[in-house]
Design a protein around this ligand. Structure first.
Ligand code: DX5
Ligand code: ZN
Length: 222
């Protein structure tokens, strides 16, 4: 069954406790927390203190997406704040396996991400070190952007690689995912959909989660 990870970036921070409680009631699987440094991406979001606050407000698994030029400096701070998974970008570290080990030693799950313009072949040899592959379907930095459809074949290629190499790496897709494109993202091979704007702006969050979960993954069908 596909999973949904709402991106808290799109929540109403004036009513964060309510928004997180609503996400939980809607049956989401985890929360996706977007950390931006104003250097790797042209925007600044929030840091470990806010992650710590979110951790106090919810029992949900916290998937922390580091859009940072020097992510390794902050692994420990985000783990202490309550992260359950930490993803960083291949763009900032060409040999990411050592960072994956550091993240595991801190007791959480490592993930690796690539931007829409990076060849998916570059990340595949590293997947054996990672629990998550986060394929960006927008250029990171802002919520509410349009899904880049040329990422669909990359999802399929990653799915084939993970399956044929019998890896456990979970494939997540992040950016511009909504109720309209969820079916094609899932049938391309995604396990988890990150949804920011589409989730928090939805007036029927329970219905949205139900609809996505009914779609089923290709592997379940086969
Ligand atoms: C982009 C972030 C995404 C984004 C998702 O920089 O990594 O997680 O906030 O939000 P939507 O679903 O609005 O594109
Ligand atoms: Zn993200």
């Amino acid at each position: 069954m596909p999973k949904i990870a709402p991106s808290v970036l799109a929540a109403d921070f004036a009513h964060l406790a309510d928004d997180l409680a609503e996400a939980r009631r809607a049956g989401v699987d985890m929360l996706h927390l977007d950390i931006m440094d104003g250097h790797f991406v042209p925007n600044i979001s929030f840091g470990p203190n806010v992650v710590g606050t979110i951790n106090k407000l919810t029992e949900l698994f916290l998937d922390v997406h580091l859009m940072l030029s020097e992510p390794e400096k902050y692994f420990e701070a985000f783990v202490k704040a309550g992260a359950d998974a930490i993803t960083f970008h291949l763009e900032v570290h060409a040999e990411p396996g050592t960072y994956a080990e550091q993240i595991r030693e801190l007791g959480v799950r490592p993930g690796i991400s690539i931007n829409p313009d990076m060849d998916v072949e570059n990340v595949l040899p590293h997947l054996k070190h990672f629990d998550y592959l986060l394929l960006m379907s927008v250029f990171p930095g802002f919520g509410g952007q349009q899904f880049i459809t040329s990422v669909l074949p990359k999802i399929s290629r990653a799915r084939d690689y993970v399956d044929s190499n019998k890896l456990d790496t979970v494939i997540m897709v992040d950016g511009g995912v909504d109720a309209n494109n969820a079916a094609e993202v899932i049938s391309a091979g995604a396990d988890i959909l990150v949804m920011g704007t589409a989730f928090f702006r939805s007036r029927d969050k329970i219905g949205l989660v139900e609809k996505v979960k009914k779609l089923g993954t290709p592997r379940e069908a086969s």
